[in-house]
Design a binder for this molecule. Structure first.
Ligand code: FE2
Length: 393
């Protein structure tokens, strides 16, 4: 066990506190920036967060150029468009403001603006991709607690092939520690609508769970992930009942960043293969799509990594009875996690009526690279088992 572990590694400098956004201006100034490209979506502008951050940038004597055209699961053409506009404006640094989609778009735009050649992100995401050299200063300011993209090196970019198939491609991007920063201010997540908050929360949970059950996990990654799961468990229902609960938001943001550090090297696996497929076939929020399968995924991996599964179950209050085997414990935990999830609206039955219809996602699950990082091989029969199991709880 742990022979294939990846080293525990944090990809950039990270600042975390309520109100810490005030340092953004001085940090940009310290990196010599004069004209900043703020990459976000229209929602961030609408709720007033964009203005708050632009005011801080301007107060440091720095000009801000806005790109607010990011859409969910950013596709190639949005990245290319944002890069064109940034190049034309002559920006010398980037602030990524928003959830996973603006952050991933900004990471990709930064690669295009830092490297010579055509402003085409496909150069960096397909086979034989060029090595990205990120040189332009980047500050990531998350406004949701979900993707953990503030702690990871890669960016997920969507690609639609000639047959209409939707695929996620990773733009691998080595951090430049001198010019890479995340400023995580949980206050910016307060008030995020309930459904989006729950989607993000289950993204956090599945990142923490899957990274502790991957072929490259390590005791360091697992310890980090267990802390994230504890913080998720403490705060999830509080956020569901009060979207303005600052303490719960603080805990969930912390869980999110910790889980982000875990997936930076521990990666995700089978749950995300299912989540990517369900998300693209049925158009569901990424975190919900991954979260609905978490109970069955836990059962699926339980025998392969019993210690991690027992530790996760214990956080949820499920402890082994005398002489109880891991299969029995994981089944009890899976039922308990399913009940916890449905209590906050995370429920596969709400998305797809029955298992037969859900079997449609299997080809996409099998085509997704993520499950190969899990501790067990997946095939069509096992996919069916995970789906059937999820409808049985
Ligand atoms: Fe995720």
């Amino acid at each position: 066990m742990f022979r294939n572990q990846n080293p525990y590694s944090v990809s950039r400098s990270m600042y975390f506190a309520n109100g810490i956004r005030e340092i953004i201006g001085e940090k940009l100034k310290g990196m010599g920036c004069k004209k900043i490209y703020v990459v976000c979506d229209k929602g961030i502008e609408k709720v007033g967060i964009l203005k708050k951050v632009v005011d801080i940038i301007n107060a440091a004597g720095i000009e801000a150029v806005i790109y607010n055209g990011v859409i969910a699961d950013p596709p190639i053409h949005i990245v290319d468009e944002a890069a064109e506009i940034g190049k034309e404006a002559g920006v010398d640094g980037i602030v990524a403001l928003g959830g996973g989609s603006p952050i991933d778009t900004a990471k990709a735009v930064r690669v295009l603006l830092s490297n010579e050649g055509p402003l085409k992100v496909e150069r960096y995401i397909f086979e034989n991709a060029q090595q990205a050299r990120p040189e332009m200063p980047l500050i990531i300011v998350p406004t949701t607690a979900g993707t953990g993209s503030e702690a990871t090196e890669g960016a997920m970019i969507s690609h639609i092939d000639e047959n209409g198939g939707h695929w996620k491609k990773i733009l691998e991007c080595v951090s430049n520690r001198e010019k890479d920063m995340s400023v995580i201010d949980p206050e910016l997540t307060v008030g995020t609508p309930k459904e989006i908050s729950m989607g993000c929360a289950f993204d956090v949970l599945t990142h923490a769970m899957e990274s502790s059950m991957s072929i490259v996990t390590s005791p360091l990654i697992q310890a980090n992930s267990m802390t994230a799961i504890r913080l998720f468990f403490k705060s999830c229902k509080n956020i569901y009942h009060d979207i303005n609960d600052l303490q719960a938001r603080n805990d969930m943001s912390l869980a999110c960043t910790l889980a982000g550090i875990s997936i930076n090297r521990g990666y995700v696996n089978c749950g995300h293969a299912f989540g990517h497929a369900l998300g693209s076939v049925f158009g569901v929020h990424h975190g919900i799509a991954c979260g609905v399968f978490a109970p069955a995924v836990i059962e699926f991996y339980a025998e392969a990594i019993p210690d991690a599964v027992s530790s996760i179950a214990e956080i949820f209050g499920i402890v082994p009875e005398k002489g109880e085997e891991i299969n029995s414990l994981s089944e009890r935990f899976a039922r308990s996690l399913h009940a916890f999830s449905t209590d906050v609206g995370v429920d596969l039955r709400k998305i797809v009526k029955n298992k037969e219809e859900c079997f449609k996602i299997i080809p996409q699950v099998m085509a997704d690279y993520s499950w190969r990082l899990g501790l067990k091989e997946l095939d069509e029969q096992k996919c069916k088992w995970i789906i059937e199991r999820t409808y049985e709880y």
